[in-house]
Ligand binder design. Structure first.
Ligand SMILES: CC(C)(COP(=O)(O)OP(=O)(O)OC[C@H]1O[C@@H](n2cnc3c(N)ncnc32)[C@H](O)[C@@H]1OP(=O)(O)O)[C@@H](O)C(=O)NCCC(=O)NCCS
Length: 228
C-alpha cells in the first residue's frame, strides 16, 4: 500500500531471504548506470501538472488527507495540520531520487484551475534489481474523471523512461476496488494475491501485487509502424 512513499518490499542487504545477499562479493551487479531521477517541474500531462508539494498546499492537502475514507486502505492515518507540516519538512521535501530507499511524492494539480486534487508517488526499492513502486491518492471531490489514472501514468513514464527501472509494482489492498481498477487501467498485470499479508488497522488484510516490466511498458508505448 504505497501511498505515502513507504517501502512494501524488503530492501537489499537487510538479511531477509531471497536471491540477494548470499556469499559476499560473489554476485555480479546488474548492468547499467546508477539509477537517478531529477525531473524538470512541473511535469505536464493533458489536464494536469505534477510538481513537488510545498507548505502553500497545506489546506488543500488537509481537505483530502484528513478524511477517514481516503485513509481506509493506505498506511497513513487521517492527518492534521501538524502531521502534514512534518511530512512537508521531511519525506515530502525530496525533489529527486539519487539512490535506493528514496521516494518522490508529487502533487497533482489541475492545469486549468491550479487546484491540488491529489498526489502520486514513486519509490526506488532496489538499484541492483532496478525495481520501484508507485502509489496514488486522490481527493474524493475530484474522483471519477481519470485524474488519478493520468497522474499515475505520468509517474510510470518517470519510472521507466527517466529513472530507467526494470520493474514497477503497485501493492493494493484487495478490498480497494477503485485502486484495483486504476492499476488495471494503467495496464499493470495482476501478479499475486497475498492472503492476510499484513496486520492492518485492526485486522489481517489481503493484498494484490500489480506489476509492469520495462518490456511491457515499451510494448504499450511502441509507435505504430508508419504506413508506406
Ligand atoms: C484509488 C483512487 C486514486 C481512485 O480514484 P478514481 O477517481 O477512481 O480514479 P481516476 O481519477 O483515475 O478516475 C477513474 C474513474 O473515472 C472514470 N473516468 C472518467 N473519465 C475518465 C478519463 N478521462 N480517463 C480515465 N477514467 C475516467 C473511470 O471510468 C473510472 O471510474 P470507475 O472506476 O468507476 O470505472 C481513489 O479512490 C483514492 O484516492 N482512494 C484513497 C487512497 C487510496 O486508497 N490509494 C490507493 C493506495 S494503493
Amino acid at each position: 500500500m504505497p501511498s505515502d512513499v513507504p517501502p512494501a518490499e524488503p530492501q537489499d542487504g537487510d538479511g531477509t531471504p531471497g536471491h540477494e545477499g548470499g556469499d559476499a562479493g560473489a554476485a555480479p551487479v546488474a548492468p547499467g548506470p546508477p539509477l537517478e531521477l531529477r525531473p524538470h517541474f512541473p511535469i505536464r500531462t493533458s489536464r494536469l501538472l505534477l510538481r513537488p508539494l510545498t507548505a502553500a498546499d497545506t489546506d488543500e492537502l488537509l481537505e483530502y488527507r484528513s478524511l477517514p475514507e481516503v485513509c481506509r486502505y493506505v498506511p497513513f492515518l487521517p492527518m492534521d495540520r501538524a502531521a502534514v507540516a512534518e511530512r512537508l519538512a521531511d519525506a515530502w521535501a525530496r525533489t529527486e531520487i539519487t539512490g535506493e530507499g528514496q521516494g518522490l511524492i508529487l502533487g497533482v494539480q489541475l492545469a486549468e484551475t491550479g487546484r491540488l486534487v491529489g498526489d502520486v508517488n514513486l519509490f526506488l526499492h532496489s538499484q541492483e534489481h532496478r525495481s520501484a513502486e508507485v502509489g496514488w491518492v486522490l481527493s474524493p471531490q475530484h474522483s471519477g474523471h481519470g485524474y488519478a489514472t493520468e497522474a499515475a501514468h505520468a509517474i510510470l513514464h518517470l519510472a521507466f523512461d527517466d529513472l530507467k527501472v526494470h520493474r514497477v509494482i503497485a501493492r493494493v489492498d484487495a478490498r480497494n476496488l477503485a485502486s484495483v481498477r486504476l492499476a488495471q487501467r494503467l495496464g499493470m498485470r495482476r501478479e499475486a494475491l497475498l492472503l492476510e499479508n499484513e496486520w492492518f488497522k485492526g485486522g489481517w488484510s489481503d493484498e494484490i501485487d500489480f506489476a509492469l516490466l520495462e518490456s511491457e511498458w515499451a510494448t504499450q508505448h511502441r509507435e505504430p509502424a508508419a504506413t508506406p
